[in-house]
Design a protein around this ligand. Structure first.
Ligand code: GAL
Length: 314
């Protein structure tokens, strides 16, 4: 790039932090752009059989001396007669009042998926798909820019996600679809049956990484007649994203092109009356129209192109 040339300004909200697989604990990482309402952190792992305790800290910085404030300290303890979880805040080197949850949904020797969901006033935590606790912020969420994981825990994956933009205002708890690494079921080209078609409210989730030197990436929804009723195509040569009709007519989606080599991405498709809504990296990007009957007649999702998949859910 020549010195005077400017980089495309990319809104921070469009960039997704890549997941981390099998990190060594203690593990400390920067949260890109810091935490804000609408973000989620997903933690997949196992509790060792001899675990005493572990902690997940949402920290304000990462200095060692002085010790940074910890806005949210999530601390399962297994070594007491009644295993429990403590949440607390460390402010100016002092722990504030502990909040304690006696019923521990985690077990020694068990695997888990913990979802930390950050709202405006409080953090909600679900364990294996069940709501577990909520904790009101005592320090502003905007100060948190670091995640620290310490203690007796085996971490399989840490994901940084945005809440489904279509679920805004709904009381439904976001579901954490686990990341899988190297699963044969996720080899590209990848296909998933849709035995009952798509119906309003159903979401298709696709998460993955763009390969180095990508050409294109296509997502197709085939109907009963094995016709591609819906095609979403990302072309890297001209950096365009488009819906392609069954007759090959392209309609470009006017939004910044968010796919980059070796970057993480998330595509969400939401079935709704009269069409499919698209969100990319947590940002709603409009819809393509498709009648209810056409949605019901969809039978297969096909994904192909220059990507590695971590998660396909439909
Ligand atoms: C302390 C413990 C700290 C932290 C804190 C939370 O007793 O030493 O590691 O867990 O409780 O209140």
């Amino acid at each position: 790039m020549s010195p005077g040339e400017k980089l495309d300004p990319l809104p921070d909200a469009f960039i997704l932090q890549p997941p981390v697989f099998d990190p060594v604990v203690p593990y400390v990482t920067t949260i890109f752009g810091g935490l804000r309402a609408g973000k989620m952190v997903m933690l997949q792992g196992e509790v060792p059989l001899d675990a005493r305790r572990f902690q997940v800290d949402f920290q304000c910085g990462c200095s060692l001396h002085p010790r940074p404030d910890i806005a949210i300290h999530f601390n399962p303890r297994f070594h007491t007669t009644q295993p429990h979880v403590i949440c607390n805040t460390l402010h100016d080197g002092r722990w504030l009042a502990e909040a304690r949850w006696p019923r521990l949904a985690l077990q020694r020797g068990g695997s888990f998926l913990i979802l930390f969901l950050f709202g405006h006033e409080e953090m909600k935590v679900s364990v294996n798909g069940q709501h577990f606790l909520h904790f009101r912020y005592r320090l502003p969420l905007s100060r948190v820019d670091t995640l620290g994981i310490f203690g007796d825990i085996l971490v399989k994956a840490v994901g940084f996600l945005n809440v489904n933009p279509f679920a805004e205002g709904s009381s439904e708890y976001p579901v954490g679809h686990p990341f899988l690494l190297g699963s044969p079921r996720l080899e590209v080209p990848c296909s998933r049956p849709l035995p009952r078609g798509l119906w309003p409210g159903q979401v298709i989730v696709l998460r993955g990484l763009v390969l180095p030197e990508p050409k294109d990436f296509t997502l197709r929804l085939l109907d009963k007649a094995i016709r591609a009723a819906v095609t979403l195509k990302a072309s890297f040569a001209d950096r365009t994203l488009a819906w392609v009709s069954p007759w090959g007519r392209k309609s470009l989606i006017s939004a910044p092109f968010l796919f980059y080599p070796q970057r993480f991405f998330e595509v969400l498709l939401l079935g709704q009356k009269g069409g499919l809504q698209l969100a990319l990296n947590g940002q709603a990007l409009g819809a393509t129209s498709l009648g209810r009957q056409a949605l019901e007649q969809l039978r297969e999702l096909q994904v192909s192109g220059s990507i590695q998949l971590y998660c396909v859910h439909c």
